[in-house]
Design a protein around this ligand. Structure first.
Ligand code: SF4
Ligand code: SF4
Length: 417
C-alpha cells in the first residue's frame, strides 16, 4: 500500500485544545492528547471540516503558491469547474479562463471536456460495476470507502477523475510537441483540500501527474481585479466549454449529464455515511448510480472557494439558460476507455480492522465491547476521544489508557472540575 499523503496538517503550537475539531470530525480522526489535538492519519479523509471549525488556525491545508509555477517552462492551469461560479454574477467561462491565463499560465485547460469524457466512460463501465455504482469523483469519499467500507470498493466506478484525465491529455499534447516531461508544470486550481491530497496520492502514470494544487481562494483577488479591469471582454465566448461537464460541480449533476434516471445524490460526510451503511446492508440495488460528495452542496461547498454555494448553484443555472445543455464528446470513448481506468483497490486500508488474523481481531473486539459497557455512554470527551466507543477502541489499540476516563477513576461520578 502507498503511504497516504494528507493535505490537512496541524500546527501544534496554535492549538488551544478546545476540542471543536475532535467533536466535528465526521470520521473520528481527531484526539486530544496533552491538551493538544492529534490527527490519526490512517482515519483522516482530508475533508477539511477541522479547518472550517478551528478558530485558531491550527489546522491548515498544505497547498502550492502561484510562485511555484515559475519552476516550469510550460505552465498549465486546470481550473476546477467550480471557478466559473465564483464571481457573484454571470461571467463567461471563456473570460474567466482569460483571467487565469493572465496570472502567468501558458495554457488553461478546460476541464468540462474531461468531465464529458469521464461521463462517456462511466456510461459504458457501469454495466461491469455492482449496483449501485458509486461515483469516484470526490476523493474524500473514495478515501472514506477505502478506510471504512472496503467491501464497497468494487462499487466505485473504475475510472480516473476528470482532473487526472485532463492532466494526461494536456501533458501528452506538450510531450508530442517536443517538451520534456520535467518542463511541463500542470497545476490544479482547487476548491477543496481533499483534491490536494488525491492528486498527491495519484497512482496514475507520469502522464496524469499534477505538479501542484493552488487554492482558488488564494488567486481570487487577482482574478477579480482582471475581470473588473477588462469588463469590455466579459462576453468573450469560448465555444469548447461543455455545459454538461459544468454540471459535475453540484449534487445530481453527474447523473443528469449521463442521463441516469435512478440515482441518489448525497452531500456532507455524515449523510454519505448513512447511505454507505445502507448500501453495505444490501439496500439500493435498484439504484444505478450514487453521487457522493464530502462537502455540502457538492464541490460548490468546497472550503477553498469564496462564494456562497447556493448562489454558485444559481450561477450554473444561468449558464444553462444562456448556452443550453450540450456535451462535445463524439467519437472519444473507444480511444480513451482503456487509458483512463483506475484501481482504487490499491489504496485500500481498513482503519477499523483490529488485527490481520481473525481470532486476534475477535478477542480485541470482545475486549472493546467489555470496556464500552463499563463506560457511561455520555460522550463527554474529557478522555480526549470523541465518544465512549472511540475511547474503548483507543484503549484496546493501545492509544489511550483506561485511566484517561475520569468516570472510571471516580467510580462512575462525573468529574466536574
Ligand atoms: S479546534 Fe482543534 S486544533 Fe483548533 S484549537 Fe480547538 S482543539 Fe486545537
Ligand atoms: S480533515 Fe476531516 S477527516 Fe481529517 S481530521 Fe480534519 S475533520 Fe477529520
Amino acid at each position: 500500500m502507498n503511504e497516504i499523503f494528507h493535505s490537512v496538517k496541524l500546527i501544534e503550537e496554535n492549538c488551544r485544545g478546545c476540542t471543536k475539531c475532535m467533536i466535528k470530525c465526521p470520521v473520528e480522526a481527531v484526539r486530544i492528547k496533552n491538551s493538544r489535538a492529534v490527527i490519526y492519519a490512517d482515519r483522516c479523509i482530508d475533508c477539511g471540516e477541522c479547518i472550517r471549525v478551528c478558530h485558531y488556525n491550527a489546522h491548515v491545508a498544505q497547498q502550492d503558491s502561484l510562485e511555484s509555477i515559475k519552476g516550469y517552462r510550460i505552465k498549465v492551469a486546470i481550473p476546477s469547474i467550480t471557478i466559473y461560479t465564483q464571481f457573484g454574477a454571470y461571467v463567461e467561462p471563456g473570460f474567466i479562463n482569460m483571467a487565469i491565463e493572465s496570472l502567468g499560465f501558458d495554457e488553461v485547460y478546460d476541464m468540462t471536456y474531461a468531465c464529458d469524457i469521464v461521463s462517456e466512460i462511466i456510461k459504458k463501465e457501469i454495466v461491469n460495476t455492482p449496483k449501485p455504482a458509486i461515483s469516484s469523483f470526490c476523493p474524500g469519499i473514495v478515501r472514506l470507502i477505502q478506510t471504512s467500507y472496503p467491501e464497497l470498493i468494487e462499487h466505485v466506478v473504475k475510472v480516473l477523475t476528470p482532473i487526472e484525465v485532463a492532466a494526461s491529455l494536456i501533458r501528452e499534447k506538450f510531450l508530442n510537441s517536443g517538451f520534456r516531461n520535467e518542463d511541463i508544470g500542470i497545476f490544479y486550481l482547487t476548491p477543496c483540500v481533499a483534491r490536494i491530497a488525491k492528486e498527491s496520492n495519484s497512482n496514475f502514470d507520469q502522464r496524469g501527474e499534477i505538479n501542484g494544487a493552488i487554492a482558488i481562494s488564494d488567486i481570487y483577488t487577482k482574478l477579480l481585479k482582471f475581470i473588473s479591469k477588462n469588463s469590455e471582454l466579459k462576453d468573450y465566448y469560448q465555444k469548447k466549454i461543455s455545459f454538461t461537464g459544468l454540471s459535475w460541480a453540484y449534487v445530481g449533476g453527474q447523473s443528469r449529464s449521463m442521463g441516469f434516471k435512478e440515482y441518489i445524490g448525497v452531500d456532507g460526510v455524515e449523510n454519505v455515511i448513512k447511505v454507505l451503511d445502507d448500501i453495505e446492508n444490501g439496500k439500493f440495488k435498484e439504484v444505478e448510480f450514487v453521487e457522493v460528495f464530502a462537502c455540502t452542496e457538492g464541490c460548490l461547498g468546497g472550503i477553498l472557494l469564496v462564494d456562497n454555494p447556493f448562489n454558485a448553484r444559481r450561477i450554473i443555472r444561468k449558464y444553462y439558460n444562456k448556452n443550453g445543455y450540450a456535451s462535445n464528446t463524439e467519437n472519444i470513448v473507444d480511444k480513451y476507455k482503456e487509458q483512463f481506468t483506475a484501481n482504487y483497490e490499491s489504496n485500500k486500508n481498513n482503519s477499523h480492522k483490529f488485527a490481520d488474523d481473525f481470532s486476534s481481531a475477535v478477542i480485541k473486539m470482545k475486549e472493546m465491547n467489555r470496556l464500552h459497557n463499563m463506560l457511561p455512554g455520555i460522550d463527554c470527551g474529557q478522555c480526549g476521544s470523541p465518544s465512549c466507543r472511540a475511547f474503548a477502541e483507543d484503549v484496546v489499540r493501545g492509544l489511550s489508557s483506561e485511566e484517561d476516563c475520569k468516570m472510571i477513576i471516580n467510580g462512575g461520578e462525573k468529574d466536574e472540575g
